[in-house]
Design a protein around this ligand. Structure first.
Ligand code: ATP
Length: 324
């Protein structure tokens, strides 16, 4: 393997730049050429490439977003699109590819590998942490800290005005951010996509917190929580059932995807980038690198995209006890 390409694909996440840097520098270390592909699979189809040397990635370890840009590509879902992508790889004499992205990007990688037997290693980059085969995805730790910081600030105003705040955090299918940020910021109640705890439980816990003498409350809601109501309807529902509460809503939104990566994410990105390149140089393919028990491990990409990374329900119990 003489030339390795790297791309970021799907939703961006903090730490992607640190991973690009790691891939590029590891290639330089092993005297292997490295090419950056702009805009994920979209740029691959367009042949939008740039040669990267160790010096091309100076001063990016601390930057949010991705210098290679990211995209979602409809065309890569078609055979014709993937054929164009393969032609560009051949034309540029690229032997292997590192894809930094989420499960959609990995599904694309599996399909491409089945058709062209092209060596690919995946690095999990998504704030949702919803990928099997790693306890942490790149960007999750940063997003978690961003959410906790924001909830802390909301608590200041909630307690000044004796109000109830519903805070929506990202997570359409996974409650990792909601559950951990909720416990970390001391929320009274946490609603997640994995478990339908019922709205009665929420009302009970809010009543309990009033009886216990708390003047303000925070409920953290994941985007895709199981109640089937959006965060505004939840606030209305509580006001209708518990008139003593004045509820407000705050949707944190895309701020959770940005910002400088935490030290944890920078270190993780550096470790995963090294492993990804070393696996390719070792002739391995179709693997995703990840972290387990603080060791860098690899998992078949086809396994990783099947999901099954379950969240730690013990945290819900801890949260319950903490709201006593
Ligand atoms: P996030 O977790 O942030 O959503 P992701 O990597 O899951 O990131 P997706 O938009 O789901 O983001 O996927 C990224 C790209 O991967 C898609 O735009 C598409 O080009 C490619 N892709 C996804 N599924 C397939 C598939 N079945 N066949 C071919 N390509 C695919």
């Amino acid at each position: 393997i003489k030339k390795i390409a790297v791309m970021t694909s799907g939703g961006d996440s903090p730490g992607m730049n640190a991973a690009i840097r790691s891939v590029v520098r590891t290639c330089a270390y092993y005297r292997t050429s490295c090419v950056g592909i702009y805009r994920g699979y979209e740029g691959l189809i367009d042949g939008d490439f740039i040669d990267l040397t160790a010096r091309s990635v100076n001063n990016i370890i601390n930057k949010g977003g991705t210098i290679l840009k990211s995209a979602r590509s409809k065309e890569f879902r078609t055979k014709e699109g993937r054929a164009k992508a393969y032609e560009h790889l051949k034309e540029h004499k690229i032997d292997a590819m590192v894809v930094i992205g989420g499960d959609g990007s990995f599904t694309g990688a599996v399909v491409f590998n089945e058709e062209y037997k092209f060596p690919i290693i995946g690095i999990p980059g998504t704030i949702d942490n919803d990928i099997f085969g790693t306890t942490h995805t790149l960007g999750y730790d940063t997003a978690l800290n961003t959410a906790v910081e924001a909830i802390d600030k909301i608590r200041d105003t909630a307690s000044s005005h004796n109000r109830l705040f519903f805070v929506e955090v990202m997570g359409r299918d996974a409650g990792f951010i909601a559950l951990n940020a909720g416990v970390g910021a001391g929320a009274e109640e946490i609603l997640i996509p994995e478990e339908d705890l019922g709205l009665d439980r929420m009302l009970e816990s809010l009543k309990k917190s009033r009886r216990a003498g708390k003047s303000s409350s925070i409920v953290v809601v994941a985007e895709g929580d199981k109640s089937g109501r959006n965060v505004y309807d939840l606030a209305k529902y509580v006001e209708e059932n518990l008139p003593e509460y004045e509820a407000r809503v705050s949707v944190l939104g895309h701020m959770q995807r940005g910002g400088a990566p935490s030290c944890f994410d920078r270190v993780l990105a550096s470790r995963l980038g090294v492993k990804a390149v070393e696996l390719l140089l070792d002739g391995q393919t179709n693997l995703m690198v990840g972290l387990k028990n603080n060791e860098v491990i690899s998992t078949e990409i086809s396994e990783a995209i099947k999901g099954g990374h379950t969240i730690n329900m013990e945290l819900l119990r801890v949260s319950d006890i903490m709201t006593t």
